[in-house]
Design a protein around this ligand. Structure first.
Ligand code: UD1
Ligand code: UDP
Length: 385
């Protein structure tokens, strides 16, 4: 708890998974320099190891940890446990405003709990839509429901703002701020460049061989369970066999469904140029993104980070709520289609003209000052209240 909390307006920051922590961390850093506002950090612990990795990198000590993660947690159980814990948390801390980021169970339940308690809720990264409740699932549902319950909507782009207006959100409650992931990325890039010696101790040595290329892979979407993740892994295997002088680096998400899919396809007949790693802490991960030739991913955050690093991305989803990267030419939607991944992956490794067309560094997602804008808007709101 922070000094003079009772005399100041209090903002609660709530987050629980790896990407939320990365995207809220810049806000924590800005709030630490504000004298006229108090803040309180509540982590739900929806993730454990992957959340703790981020807390350490950004030097964040939560005030409260709800520790809700259970292995193989299902959505109903997680939602129910979290709603009860969040309700108690809000009753105890009584914040004037609650902020959460993104589209996870943590975010939706926090918004719902604030609605029950009549506490204003500010949604960071508001207005992302695929208009398909099955993809990504359950995230698209969480986004729509969260928007309906939010008081303040911090939209990363104009496109996101337009989506909210179309749904009837009043323009006066929407603020285009950019995405705080760019603030976090800039912070990590600064550290990554000074840490190569440390990185050499944790990353496979061949990645530091500048004569070899690196392809980075991540994947965890629930709608790809039951076949999709396996097809992505088979495509990686095919590419790795065809390109022995390229390293395929895959830090595997800790969700057991993802672990099973990756291990079943890629470890049985493993090739020396495929590296299945544990999830990487943010600084080494950003370093590898920068080092990579291109990225195969279904991640939301990586779709936002890759364009500013000039890295082509093959997006292993049916549809994306981040069309900006597709428009700038950095991203191509490939679904979980084995042949498409292999053919576009091969082209990126062999056709310099095609590679150049997808690798121009552009940044549709923000100027690296989103956190300052969000904090300043929150202070204005609380002063008006
Ligand atoms: C969650 C979010 C998803 C987000 C992703 C980011 C939901 C429903 N899903 O998916 O929107 O894109 O995080 O990575 O909110 N586990 C661990 N340790 C960890 C993290 C997870 O062991 O640090 C395992 C546990 O067995 C857990 C399982 O993964 O039960 C699933 O975790 P959960 O947060 O429910 O879903 P994710 O697939 O991680
Ligand atoms: N990331 C990381 N280590 C990894 C994989 C990803 O630090 O091993 C970072 C990545 O740079 C991005 C965020 O985690 O900022 C994305 O998280 P994830 O893909 O789990 O979730 P999503 O963004 O899809 O919700």
């Amino acid at each position: 708890m922070h000094e003079n909390m009772k005399r100041k307006k209090l903002i609660s920051l709530v987050f629980g998974t790896r990407p939320e922590a990365i995207k809220i961390a810049p806000i924590v850093h800005v709030l630490r320099n504000q004298d006229d506002i108090a803040f309180h950090i509540c982590v739900t612990g929806q993730h454990r190891e992957m959340l703790d990795q981020v807390l350490e990198i950004f030097n964040i000590n939560p005030d409260v940890d709800l520790s809700v993660m259970k292995h193989h947690q299902n959505l109903s159980e997680l939602t129910a446990t979290l709603l009860t814990s969040m309700s108690d948390y809000l009753d105890t801390v009584k914040p004037d405003l609650v902020l959460a980021e993104g589209d996870t169970t943590t975010v939706f339940v926090t918004a719902l709990s604030c609605f029950y308690k009549k506490i204003p809720f500010g949604h960071i990264e508001a207005g992302l839509r695929t208009y398909d409740l099955t993809a990504p699932w359950p995230e698209e549902g969480y986004r729509v429901l969260t928007s309906r319950l939010s008081t303040l909507h911090f939209a990363p782009t104009e496109h996101a703002q337009e989506a909210l207006i179309k749904e009837g959100v009043s323009q006066k409650d929407i603020f285009i701020t950019g995405n705080t992931v760019i603030d976090a990325l800039n912070y990590a890039l600064m550290y990554a460049s000074t840490q190569e010696d440390v990185l050499k101790q944790i990353l496979p040595p061949s990645i530091f061989d500048s004569t070899r290329k690196v392809v980075l892979i991540t994947g965890h979407r629930r709608e790809s369970f039951g076949g999709g993740l396996e097809r992505i892994c088979k495509a990686i295997y095919t590419l790795a066999k065809e390109f022995p002088d390229v390293d395929f680096v895959y830090p595997v998400h800790l969700n057991p469904e993802v672990q099973n899919a990756a291990n079943s396809v890629l470890q049985v007949d493993q090739l020396p140029n495929i590296y299945l790693l544990k999830p990487l802490s943010y600084i080494p991960f950003v370093w590898i993104m920068k080092r990579s030739t291109f990225i195969i991913t279904d991640s939301g955050g990586i779709q936002e980070e890759a364009p500013s690093l000039g890295k082509p991305i093959l997006v292993t989803r049916a549809v994306t709520e981040r069309p900006e990267g597709v428009r700038t030419g950095n991203a191509v939607i490939v679904g979980t289609d084995n042949e498409k991944i292999v053919s576009l992956g091969s082209q990126l490794l062999t056709d310099p003209g095609f590679y150049a067309s997808m690798s121009e560094a552009v940044n549709p997602y923000g100027d690296g000052h989103a956190a300052e804008k969000i904090v300043s808007l929150c202070i204005d709101y609380l002063n008006r209240k």
